[in-house]
Design a binder for this molecule. Structure first.
Ligand SMILES: [Zn+2]
Ligand SMILES: [Zn+2]
Length: 721
């Protein structure tokens, strides 16, 4: 019998055809496999049991990098083929198949890397169909070597033979190469760049290291002076650095690694995984000052493997950039004032991608290893969509039919370099996925550069999407739900439809629209942006006129707020967390976004079950009640970890109270939680448990971040609908 099979998804450049060839050959089936416009086609014929087994195994045993979205099987008349073949691909016909994300070096390649008998022994660019660079080296589609940054490297005879052999694990591996024909390392004039790099790290020097998506800055993680030097030169005050360890054992010496974190650490995407750190490790103080978590990643390129093994201890590995600029990727010139030397190579990076970040299984930054993998939408877009995202943690999203391509992390659109990265990224994605947007979605904030970009486009239909509606729609799209739901959108800042700053919102929302049914009681933000940088201002704004001020500087701020001078009104949950952190003495000033809330969460004692009571009337949450609770407990001498926990539990209870009132009003019992505040694992866990115990079905994020990095997906889903 014969069956024809169509496979859609990420099935190109991931070893899918050789895999099918091997499977069919093993089962003694005849037929062929090939690429075409829509993906991969397979024709198999032979004994019915063997065909049946083939169909069962096809998806189950697919190569690790394949992302199968859809398999369709149809009956056909046997052709009498004698053997199984790989059909030559028609280059013009494969444009619709998907470019896969970059992938960490696979176990087979690591084995070769450290095998003295292998011809790629200690070669820093070893890769195969199951691993290596993809998205970051693709200039255009189809994904074929001449259209990648490997175009300048002519394959040698042995590499060509592997590339052409369907039975070889390098069959059609576009970036394949070897010491004879591939890229080379360099470090100034050093004869042995790797040995020189290791020596410099041991000496405490700051090294720039070219990676997959850009340059990193590296220092020995146990070297106190080196870590402090890096921090000083990068002008980065408190934001923690990530660390790379050689293996899981080394990671366990630094952190408590649970099962979920272990699978993220060791998977082929290789994000930075935030984990609770152990006390008393030799990690230098300047790596993650005052932080109870440490971001750890395992090597994901052969160069990392070599560097870590030769050095014998972990390194700090942080994005190669000056404080707020995007990561350097074309050359290391922007790092001249920071790095003492550059461990460089000559394989160009076409598009920059930062490392992705995960905590407790949730994505905080979705970039290298994830992008440009699409999210499948529940509903097809009738017209192609571009969603421009938000301002901070910007991503954009291009959507066509039922696929939404969320970009890699672009960053904060606050300087021209990041903005250029955004516009170039949009053009690159448009070309790569052949999407010419007809509908363009943007935030309502008139001053966001992403909004201005959208408004400057000609010949497209513009759709303004409210920030918190986009958050809830993002959570819906993430969970493939159409809504309507009760949406709880808690974050720092988002432009409201009434011109005030929202951020503690209860919505009834679907992809088609939303109604704001509740929120945190608004307070002034004395000094505007200054109130974000200085959390004590929010404590003053909340409590200034209700209790005796115990700091003289409050008076001026309270007067400012009372007069309404430079004091925009906000219902932001982020600002409520800031006020709580300031009252607890956690932090009066912040050095990076969300720092006060991060530290407040880390301070909280998770064993404390009770929380401060909060009035929630007509879906208006009196956040000030929580702050009165803190003041009273402080006066009673209660320990700060208990107070911080009671605050978190109080916020979770307020979310439940709001959702119950929303359920009474709407009859809905599904809740979607979204917004940067839900990066807080303690709060999210408490809120989810409370809601579930009270009969709610709860949706949280899984495939895109809950923070503003997920906004573009929500905008696209709304515009598409
Ligand atoms: Zn490999
Ligand atoms: Zn070669």
């Amino acid at each position: 019998m014969r069956r024809d099979v169509r496979v859609d998804g990420v099935v190109q450049g991931v070893g899918f055809r050789p895999y099918v060839h091997a499977l069919a050959t093993r089962l003694e089936l005849a037929g062929r496999v090939g690429n075409d416009v829509a993906g991969v086609f397979v024709e198999v014929e032979g004994a019915p049991e063997a065909v049946g087994e083939f169909l069962t195994a096809l998806q189950r045993d697919a190569p690790p990098l394949a992302r199968i979205e859809h398999v369709r099987v149809t009956e056909a008349a046997p052709s009498g083929a004698a053997r199984f073949e790989i059909a030559p691909s028609d280059a013009a016909g494969v444009r619709n198949t998907l470019v896969s994300a970059d992938s960490a070096t696979c176990a087979d390649c690591v084995r070769e890397l450290f095998d003295p008998a292998d011809r790629r022994y200690r070669y820093p660019f070893v890769n195969c169909t199951n691993c290596g660079p993809r998205f970051t080296i693709v200039r255009d589609i189809p994904y074929d070597r001449p259209l990648t940054t490997m175009a300048g490297f002519d394959m040698c005879g042995p590499c060509r033979a592997e590339y052409d052999d369907p039975g070889d694990r390098r069959f059609h591996a576009q970036p394949t190469c070897c010491p004879d024909c591939g890229p080379r390392l360099s470090l100034a004039a050093a004869a042995d760049p790797l040995a020189d790099a290791v020596r410099r790290l041991r000496n405490g020097e700051v090294l720039a290291v070219k990676g997959l998506g850009g340059y990193h800055l590296a220092v020995a993680a146990f070297h106190p002076i080196a870590a402090a030097t890096l921090r000083a030169r990068k002008h980065r005050e408190d934001k923690p650095f990530a660390v790379m360890t050689a293996d899981v054992d080394q990671a366990r010496q630094l952190c408590f690694v649970d099962g979920e974190s272990l699978s993220d650490l060791t998977g082929h995407r290789r994000p930075i995984v935030l984990m609770p750190r152990r006390d008393g490790t030799p990690i230098a103080a300047a790596v993650a000052p005052g932080n109870r978590y440490l971001g750890v990643m395992l090597p994901y390129t052969p160069l990392h493997h070599l560097l870590l093994r030769d050095l014998g201890e972990p390194i700090v590995l942080t994005s190669g950039n000056l404080s707020e600029e995007p990561i350097a990727y074309r050359d290391a010139a922007p790092l001249a004032g920071i790095a003492d030397a550059v461990l460089d190579h000559d394989r160009p990076i076409h598009i920059r991608t930062d490392d992705s970040v995960v905590r407790a299984g949730a994505l905080l930054r979705r970039s290298r290893g994830y992008a440009p993998e699409p999210v499948t939408l529940t509903r097809r877009c009738r017209r192609p969509v571009l969603a421009c995202g938000a301002e901070l943690k910007n991503t954009f999203c291009l959507a066509k039919d039922s696929r939404a391509f969320v970009s890699h992390h672009i960053g904060d659109l606050e300087n021209m370099q990041t903005y250029r990265s955004f516009t170039e990224g949009v053009e690159h994605f448009s070309r790569l996925f052949e999407i010419t947007p007809q509908v363009v979605a943007h935030d309502l904030h008139p001053e966001y550069l992403s909004t201005k970009y959208a408004l400057g486009l000609d010949g497209v239909e513009l759709v303004g999407v409210q920030h918190h509606h986009a958050h809830i729609a993002s959570c819906l799209a993430d969970n493939r739900e159409p809504g309507p739901v009760i949406g709880v959108a808690f974050d720092g800042t988002g432009y409201g439809t009434d011109g005030t700053i929202w951020g503690g919102e209860f919505l009834i929302a679907s992809l088609h629209g939303f109604e704001r049914i509740g929120h945190l009681a608004p307070v002034p933000m004395p000094g505007g942006a200054a109130a974000i940088r200085q959390p004590w201002r929010m404590a003053a704004a909340y409590l200034g006129d209700t209790v005796e001020s115990w700091r003289p500087e409050w008076n001026a701020v309270v007067a400012m707020a009372a007069k309404g001078v430079n004091s925009p009104v906000t219902s932001s949950a982020g600002r409520l967390f800031d006020a709580a952190a300031a009252l607890l003495g956690v932090r009066d000033e912040i050095n990076y976004e969300g720092q006060a809330a991060v530290e407040l969460e880390q301070l909280a004692d998770p064993g404390v079950a009770d929380g401060y009571p909060v009035r929630v009337d007509e879906l208006i949450v009196q956040g000030v009640d929580l702050l009165h609770g803190i003041v009273a407990d402080r006066a009673a001498g209660i320990e700060p970890p208990v107070i911080a926990a009671r605050f978190h539990n109080g916020v979770a209870a307020a979310i439940l109270a709001g959702c119950r009132q929303a359920r009474d009003r709407s009859g809905l019992d599904t809740v979607a939680l979204s917004g940067g505040v839900f990066q807080n694992v303690l709060l999210t866990t408490r809120a989810v448990n409370l809601l579930a115990n009270n009969g709610f079905r709860v949706l949280t994020h899984r495939r895109v971040p809950t923070n503003d990095g997920g906004i573009s997906l929500g905008q696209a889903a709304i515009a598409g609908a």
